[in-house]
Design a protein around this ligand. Sequence first.
Ligand SMILES: [Zn+2]
Length: 276
Amino acid sequence: MKLIPGIVPPPGGTEPTWWFIFQENKLLIYQTPESVTLPFLMDLNELGLIVIRQNYLGQFENRHCYAGEVAEGTTPPKGMTFEGLRQVYGRLEEDLFWIATRAVQIVNWDRTHQFCGRCGVPLKMKTTERAKECPQCGLLHFPRLAPAIIVLVERGNELLLARSRHFLPGMYSVLAGFVEPGESLEEAVVREVKEEVGVEVKDIKYFGSQPWPFPHSLMIGFTATYTGGEISLNDEEIEDAGWFTIDNLPRIPGKISIARKLIDGFVGKHGKVSQE
Ligand SMILES: [Zn+2]
């Protein structure tokens, strides 16, 4: 992401700024047949929208960026629509897309953290970090972030893929799960694989990470090597799991996901370039 993050908005602007405006989790976009663009405006009033909350995000290519929220039921301006982030991936410029994933999380945090959870008084936004502070008890409230591990398990030239009940028909992916309090990432990998499919792994290696704003995860990717155990489905969420070679892969997640990057990495290592 090429955003230089900031918290305190600049003094009254004389230059156009990018606006990431959300209604719930949907982003306000201009849609043309070829692509999707965002409002880039001298003055937000040009859109004739009432923004109920706004947060400064920082600078992208020397232009200021703001996240804003409009009330439910707000009609989009002419030529514009509100769309889910997954739907705009691949059509909106990639850098702006990833800024939008940050923007939606800040908008959601701002909306759902208006009052102190301890004393119930309205919170004040801090100017030194992305946090809100209770003026009465001093409790700090940071944006929620839920770390989750995602792991590609290898066994020779095979990889382990599983199917959640919530997936699209025929879709399989690598295993993933939330990190529990007090657990290291490596411990989370071992536990999740054991819990979900009953096998053991070793050689856990960091692969990469990706923000996943649905609604506020950070996916931390690993590869691991199978060491033993038969696949057994213990988790109600998982309806099928199995070993696949690159020649018999099922339907897999789209390019937006780190799951796909993990699978593409495995496929690349075993000698084939991924399609789509
Ligand atoms: Zn308080």
